[in-house]
Each structure stands twice: as C-alpha cells, then as structure tokens.
Design a protein. Structure first.
Length: 119
C-alpha cells in the first residue's frame, strides 16, 4: 500500500475518527498537523488537484474568517487559494491522501473508499 498522509487537527472529532479508521486498517499515516505546519500555496494547489471538488471543497465557508473575507465556495479560486494559505484554519479537515488520490474524510467513513481504491 502506498504512503498515506492525513492533514490532521487533533481537536476535531472527525479528524480523530478518520485517523483511528486508518490505524484500525493497519495503516500508519504520516500526520501533517496543518494548523502548526501550514501548507504552502504549492502544496494546497497540489492537494486540490487530487480532491474531488478541488479548492472549493477544501474551504470551510462557515468559519468566521471566511465570513469576514466574504469567501464562499463560489468565490474565485485564486481568492480561496490565498485564504487557505494565509489562514490554514479555513482548510476543511481531515484530508487523507494516498498516492495521487485524496479525499476530505467527512464523514470519516469515507476513508474506506481511499483504502479500498489502493488495495
């Protein structure tokens, strides 16, 4: 099985659940604490290319910062990208990447899709 990475927020119950599902499947993912180790514009762009829905799917539009910035999932992609890079709290979580595929594991059970895709 290829390397697995999770963009993880340990304070988020969905993120903790996704990590537990990976571990229960015998996978020890590389854990990226993206709030402390913010991804670059290039990393966000590369991840968005792997995720169904791309950059708009990565945005947490209900966050106060998104509202303050006037961002929605229909905002220009350049605006979303800049905001995600400047404010990693706006990145939807958890993101699980395996090879050239990635998903936003909401609900956490979506982890099963990416695991089965790699078997």
């Amino acid at each position: 099985m290829g390397g697995v990475t999770i963009w993880h927020n340990p304070r988020c119950s969905k993120s903790r659940s996704a990590l537990a599902l990976l571990q229960a499947a015998g996978i020890t993912p590389q854990i990226r604490l993206y709030l402390q180790d913010a991804p670059s514009v290039a990393e966000i762009t590369a991840m968005a290319a792997r995720i169904p829905g791309g950059l708009p799917a990565m945005l947490r539009p209900k966050e106060a910062i998104a509202k303050d910035l006037g961002l929605t999932t229909q905002s220009p992609q350049g605006d979303i990208l800049s905001a995600l890079a400047a404010h990693p709290v706006l990145i939807e979580r958890p993101i699980v990447q395996m090879g050239d595929q990635a998903i936003i594991a909401r609900p956490p059970e979506l982890v099963d899709q990416i695991i089965k895709a790699d078997i």
